[in-house]
Design a protein around this ligand. Sequence first.
Ligand SMILES: [Zn+2]
Ligand SMILES: [Zn+2]
Ligand SMILES: [Zn+2]
Ligand SMILES: [Zn+2]
Length: 272
Amino acid sequence: MPNNVRSPVNNPPEEGLCESLLMELECPVCGEHMIPPITLCESGHNTCSRCKPKLKKCPTCRQQLLAIRNLTLENLTNKIKYPCRNHKTGCDELLPLDQIIQHQAVCLYRFYDCPLAKAPGVLCLWQGPWSEVKKHIDINHKDRVTEEISKLSVHIRDFKSTYKYCRVIYALGEVFYQQFEVIANNFYFVVQYVGPEDAAYRYKYEFTLSSTSGDEKIQVSQVTRSVKINIDEICQSGKCIKLHYDVVKNFLEENTMEFEMEISKARVEEKS
Ligand SMILES: [Zn+2]
Ligand SMILES: [Zn+2]
Ligand SMILES: [Zn+2]
Ligand SMILES: [Zn+2]
């Protein structure tokens, strides 16, 4: 139902009630709306479950925090619609608790870290909405970008197995982050889609390593994962290109690595 259509149960007096309930739920520490379990302090203030592990005393009155839950308030959270946590940056979604949690995981307004934040030699603490990522990269990391090319031949002289190779690729009108490195004798090659996970499955990358003669070749494809997924997790789960480094080493000639990489649309059916 569009936001501007009011159902009979959402008439103005109730809306006012929802608003004051939301104000009641606002956590004084993180500024977000509390979600169950909501516990109490000795004087009866509500405590945010996200912040509680970091708190020693009640942030409002400095009294002890208790394990007793405010069940009445918890029950009321099922009766209201929560605004998206990114409402300050422009998201208008207003949904029941279970749905807003799902929405926030894919919300286009949630903040992204700079994709190159973990690249060696880059110390970038930038965070911003999805729509600003490309502009940020253009202004600050232009030297790390391969532009508008979906198939590229990479030639690395003096390849170092101790080095992490990172770059940003603009392809198919989207932004991708590519990283490869050798960890514990495994060669990991990952391409991440800079955008929400539910759109990342639309792209795939193909990695081709071949000998100079072309007689020996390794070609592997994988679907991209979102940059929102921790890259260590991607490597551990094997949802990336993983080759034994002994195999890769055979393709290095005088320590030069040459490979081809192509990003293309995956042959998946659009989710309706
Ligand atoms: Zn909080
Ligand atoms: Zn208190
Ligand atoms: Zn949102
Ligand atoms: Zn940056």
